[in-house]
Design a protein around this ligand. Structure first.
Ligand code: HAM
Length: 426
């Protein structure tokens, strides 16, 4: 090659997003916020291999799933072993829990992870071949309160980022004592319908998946299809109603979607998906559920488990759709604005009091005037702004403004900290 010949440029593989500065800051902020919600509920970090023995996913995720049958990055390493880039995190966590005997210690084992996963899907907006998740798994205790906790952690993670345009869909897929019978009932129903060959085949291998068919001509025929929720065993029904009661008590809103179909085979009982309406076709920003047979399936004890995987890429897109910059939101809890040096002399020690009380506080420094100071407050992403001007100084008060609803009131200086804490907790 001569020096004048230009080499072709190399691009990232198809369907693989890069996150580069300055926009990568949003990606990091989202990943950290989800991880923080998990830490807050006692989930410890677990760091797992990016590739595993192929058998782990074939056995754990299920041979009949698209993920295993069509989407895995599987190759032989130089030693002739079949390895696979991890398409999801749950099977790997379970493998590590069994291998390290964590299931012999304190239960539930509560672990959270973050990183890339690989699926050979058809790339489109929000659907990538290298996707990023933060996930949590709680293994070893079948308690509906734990299902509610896992769901509430995801809900809190989204809310802590300021997201509001999402819904939680919930259902129960039953267990071994009721699903086989239901499956047969559904298969019988499907065999009486006018379906094409490919759909008939799907009905034979995994009839539940047919319920998710989006084509109007199929949907119309499915209107009277039997639903798992109507055929739960007493134990599964009770479990589900208890999960719902715990969610109600936690103030986590949900919709029941009895036709939900998940792409992985290990789910039992509680199953859920978080859906964002601003994302078009790839609207699932997170999903998960209970997987009570998985540990035994992988050669371990017969222990239960529940968890979720949140899509970091899609959560970043959801924030963009809502016009929220996660690098700004939540940097501080309180932002102070003082008009004049006498007011500043009161504000500075007040800020110190906030910080000693564990409330993140900042203020407008320098003399930028009212407009500049309020702009700085906006940029900080603060939840509460407090303003001390001449009138407030004379009255011994500060104006406290709740940025969520714009409401503001004068509050006596000696009760400002308590008042603000009330707003932050509420
Ligand atoms: P999943 O529903 O397959 O569940 O994936 C979880 C989330 O990852 C999805 O809701 C979505 O936000 C994101 N995601 C999946 N595929 C893609 C893709 N191709 N491009 C972008 N984002 C994607 C699991 O993986 C389970 N392991 C979750 C779980 C944990 N269940 C129990 N414990």
């Amino acid at each position: 090659m001569t020096g004048s010949q230009k080499k072709s440029t190399i691009k990232a593989p198809k369907g693989v997003p890069d996150y580069v500065p300055p926009t990568s800051a949003a990606f990091v902020a989202v990943r950290d916020a989800i991880t923080a919600a998990a830490r807050n509920a006692g989930y410890g970090h677990i760091e797992l291999p990016i590739f595993e023995d192929t058998t782990l996913f074939a056995r754990g995720v299920g041979e009949s799933t698209d993920v295993v049958s069509k989407e895995m990055y599987t190759f032989e390493d130089r030693g002739g072993r079949s390895v696979t880039l991890r398409p999801e995190g749950t099977a790997g966590v379970m493998r590590a829990v069994i291998e390290h005997g964590l299931d012999r210690g304190q239960l539930p084992v509560k672990a959270s992870y973050a990183g890339p996963f690989f699926r050979y899907e058809r790339p489109q907006a929000g659907r990538y071949r290298q996707l990023q998740q933060v996930g949590i798994e709680a293994i070893g205790v079948d308690d509906p309160a734990l299902d509610a906790e896992v769901i509430a952690v995801a809900d809190q993670a989204f809310r802590s980022l300021g997201l509001t345009g999402f819904r939680l869909e919930l259902t129960s897929l039953g267990d071994d004592s009721c699903r086989p019978e239901y499956r047969q009932r559904l298969q019988e129903f499907l065999s009486g319908l006018d379906l094409d060959e490919a759909t008939r085949e799907r009905a034979r291998i995994n009839p539940l998946r047919v319920l998710d068919d989006k084509r109007p001509e199929v949907r119309a025929q499915l209107e009277n299809a039997p639903l798992m929720l109507d055929h739960l065993s007493d134990e599964s029904a009770e479990h589900f109603s208890s999960v719902r009661a715990h969610l109600d008590a936690l103030g986590v809103a949900y919709e029941i979607n009895p036709r939900m179909v998940r792409g992985l085979d290990y789910y039992t009982k509680t199953t859920f998906e978080f859906v964002h309406d601003g994302l078009g076709a790839q609207s699932g920003i997170g999903g998960g559920g209970r997987y009570d047979g998985l540990m035994a399936q992988l050669g371990g004890q017969d222990l239960s488990g529940i968890g979720f995987g949140i899509g970091v890429d899609r959560t970043v897109l959801a924030l963009e759709a809502e016009g929220i910059d996660p690098t700004v939101t939540g940097r501080v809890d309180v932002f102070g604005v003082a008009l004049g040096s006498a007011a500043k002399a009161v504000l500075v020690p007040l800020l110190g009091q906030f910080r000693r009380d564990g409330i993140r506080a900042d203020m407008a420094y320098g003399d930028r005037g009212l407009k500049g100071a309020f702009k700085a407050a906006d940029r900080s992403g603060t939840s509460v702004t407090i303003v001390i001007g001449e009138d407030e100084l004379a009255a011994g008060t500060a104006v406290v403004k709740n940025m969520a609803d714009g409401e503001q009131h004068p509050v006596p200086l000696d009760s400002v900290v308590d008042h603000v804490r009330g707003l932050l907790d509420g």
